[in-house]
Design a protein around this ligand. Structure first.
Ligand code: PLP
Length: 452
C-alpha cells in the first residue's frame, strides 16, 4: 500500500484548552525587562499595546488556558486540521521512517496563523478595541489578522515589509479583500518609518522595522491595540491546538513521534506542534527529539546570541531574553519572508538553551528542492517557509534509511504556497540563489545589543 493516509478528527475533538509549556519548564523563563530601568515589567506596562486578557496569558504559568466558545466556533470552520501519513514520500525516499505531517494550510488564510489571529481579535473585541495595528512579512500574518478582524468587526492596519509588498501583491490583495489597509514598510506614516527612510531611502524593510511602525501607531491611539503574529508567549500558546490534535491523531494511527520538526521564524508554528509533545515528555512521558529549522540567511537560533534585546528595530518594545541577531540586523531578501525576523520566541529560545530542542539552518535552494520533491509526491505545494520543515523532515528520513532505523517523524506543514508561485517560478527558472547575510553587519548588530 503506497497511498497517503489521512487521519481525521471530528469537530468535537477540537481542543478545549490551549497548552502552556511554562507550567512544565524545569526553569522559569527570564523576566521581560523595562528598557529604561532594566527592572521586570508588570501587566500595566503592556496595557497600551494589548488587552488585559492577552497580557495575563503572556505571564501565566497555568498549564491549561480555556479556549473561549466563540473562538472554538470559528476554529470549527477548518479545525481539526488533517494529519497525513506521507506514504508516497516515504516510498520515494526509500526510507523505513514513518513520515507524518499536520496540514495547517486548510485555514481560510492558508496557514497556521489564524489559530492566534482569531483568538487575538476575540479578546480585543471583548475589551472594546476598535482597531488593530500589526506588521507582516510575507503577508500570511497580515491576511490572517485581516480575516479575523473581518469576523469580529475590527479595523485592521497592516505594515507590510516592503520587499514582500513588492514581491507578493496577491497577499496584499487578500488583506484588502478582507477589508484591511496595507501599507509598505518603512512608510512615511510613522516616526520610526521616516527615520529609516531618511537613513536608507531604498530600504527593503524588515519585520523589526514594521513592528516599530505598528507599535507606534497602537501606542499613540486610544482605540487601537497592537497585535503580533508570533514570538510572544500568548501567540505560542494559541498555536498549541496543532500539537494537541496531532497527539490524538497519532493515537488513531497507533504511533508516537521520535522526531518532531517545524520551521522557525518567530517560533510559533514550531511551538504549536512541538510543545504539547515536549510538555508530555517533561511530565515523564515518552521522549522525542524536537528539531527547529531556520533559514541560513536569518539564523537566530544557530548563529544568534541568547541575550536581552528589543523586539523591534526602533526600540519601542520591552527587552526580552531570546536568541537574537541584533535588532538592527536586516537579513537579505529571501523568499521565506515569514522567517526574516532577527529574534526567536523567548519560550523557544529558553527551551533551546535548556537543551530540550535542537536547531539547524538550511539555505533556501535546498528548501525549494525539498518542497518541489514533496509536491510531486504528496500533491501539496508548501509555503516557502514550510519548505524548511519539509527539508528537515526529509533529511531525518534519509538518515533513517542510512542507519536502517524505523523512526516516526512528525512535521508541521504550516501553510500552502499558493500565493508564493512567483517564488516557485523563480526556482524553476534557476533564479533562486542562496544569499548570505553580511557577517560584518551581523557583528555590528550583535555589538549593539543592549547592556543588561
Ligand atoms: C508566519 C509563518 C511562519 C513563521 O512564523 P512562526 O511564528 O515561526 O511560525 C512560518 N510558516 C508560515 C506558513 C507562516 O505563515
Amino acid at each position: 500500500m503506497s497511498d497517503s493516509i489521512k487521519y481525521v478528527l471530528d469537530e468535537s475533538r477540537i481542543p478545549r484548552q490551549w497548552y502552556n509549556l511554562a507550567a512544565d519548564l524545569p526553569e522559569p523563563l527570564p523576566p521581560v525587562l523595562h528598557p529604561g530601568t532594566l527592572q521586570p515589567i508588570g501587566p500595566a506596562d503592556l496595557a497600551p499595546l494589548f488587552p488585559m486578557a492577552l497580557i495575563l496569558q503572556e505571564v501565566t504559568t497555568e498549564r491549561e488556558v480555556e479556549i473561549p466558545g466563540p473562538v472554538r466556533d470559528v476554529y470549527r470552520q477548518w479545525r481539526p486540521t488533517p494529519l497525513y501519513r506521507a506514504r508516497r514520500l516515504e516510498r520515494a525516499l526509500q526510507t523505513p521512517a514513518r513520515i507524518y505531517y499536520k496540514y495547517e494550510g486548510v485555514s481560510p488564510a492558508g496557514s497556521h496563523k489564524p489559530n492566534t489571529a482569531v483568538a487575538q481579535a476575540f479578546y480585543n473585541k471583548e475589551a472594546g478595541v476598535r482597531r488593530l495595528a500589526t506588521e507582516t512579512g510575507a503577508g500570511q500574518w497580515g491576511s490572517s489578522l485581516a480575516f479575523a478582524g473581518a469576523l469580529f468587526g475590527l479595523d485592521v492596519t497592516v505594515f507590510m515589509v516592503k520587499v514582500s509588498y513588492d514581491q507578493k501583491p496577491y497577499r496584499r490583495a487578500l488583506m484588502e479583500t478582507y477589508g484591511a489597509r496595507c501599507i509598505p514598510s518603512p512608510s512615511t506614516e510613522t516616526e520610526s518609518g521616516r527615520r529609516i527612510l531618511a537613513a536608507s531611502p531604498d530600504s527593503n524593510g524588515s519585520l523589526g522595522i514594521a513592528i516599530s511602525e505598528a507599535v507606534e501607531v497602537a501606542a499613540s491611539r486610544d482605540d487601537t491595540k497592537y497585535s503580533l503574529g508570533s514570538v510572544l508567549n500568548h501567540v505560542l500558546l494559541h498555536q498549541t491546538v496543532i500539537g494537541q490534535e496531532a497527539i490524538a491523531q497519532l493515537e488513531m494511527a497507533g504511533d508516537y513521534p521520535d522526531i518532531v520538526v517545524g520551521c522557525t521564524g518567530g517560533g510559533s508554528n514550531f511551538a504549536g506542534i512541538a510543545f504539547p509533545f515536549l510538555g508530555a515528555q517533561l511530565r515523564g512521558g515518552r521522549a522525542a527529539r524536537f528539531v527547529a529549522v531556520e533559514p541560513a540567511a536569518c539564523p537566530s537560533l544557530t548563529r544568534g546570541r541568547y541575550a536581552y534585546d528589543f523586539g523591534d528595530t526602533g526600540h519601542l518594545t520591552p527587552l526580552v531574553k531570546m536568541h537574537t541577531l541584533g535588532s538592527t540586523f536586516i537579513p537579505p531578501g529571501f523568499h521565506a519572508g515569514g522567517l526574516r525576523y532577527h529574534g526567536m520566541a523567548p519560550l523557544v529560545s529558553h527551551a533551546h538553551q535548556l537543551g530540550l530542542i535542537e536547531a539547524r539552518a538550511y539555505p533556501q535552494t535546498a528548501c525549494f528542492e525539498a518542497g518541489v520533491f514533496f509536491a510531486r509526491h504528496e500533491g501539496i505545494v508548501p509555503a516557502p517557509e514550510a519548505n524548511h520543515a519539509v527539508k528537515g523532515a526529509i533529511d531525518e528520513a534519509v538518515r533513517c534509511r542510512e542507519e536502517g532505523a524505523s523512526r516516526a517523524i512528525l512535521f508541521n506543514l504550516c501553510g500552502h504556497g499558493h500565493f508564493d508561485m512567483q517564488a516557485y517560478m523563480d526556482f524553476t527558472a534557476g533564479r533562486i540563489t542562496d544569499q548570505a547575510y553580511d557577517e560584518g553587519e551581523l557583528a555590528m548588530a550583535l555589538a549593539g545589543l543592549p547592556q543588561v
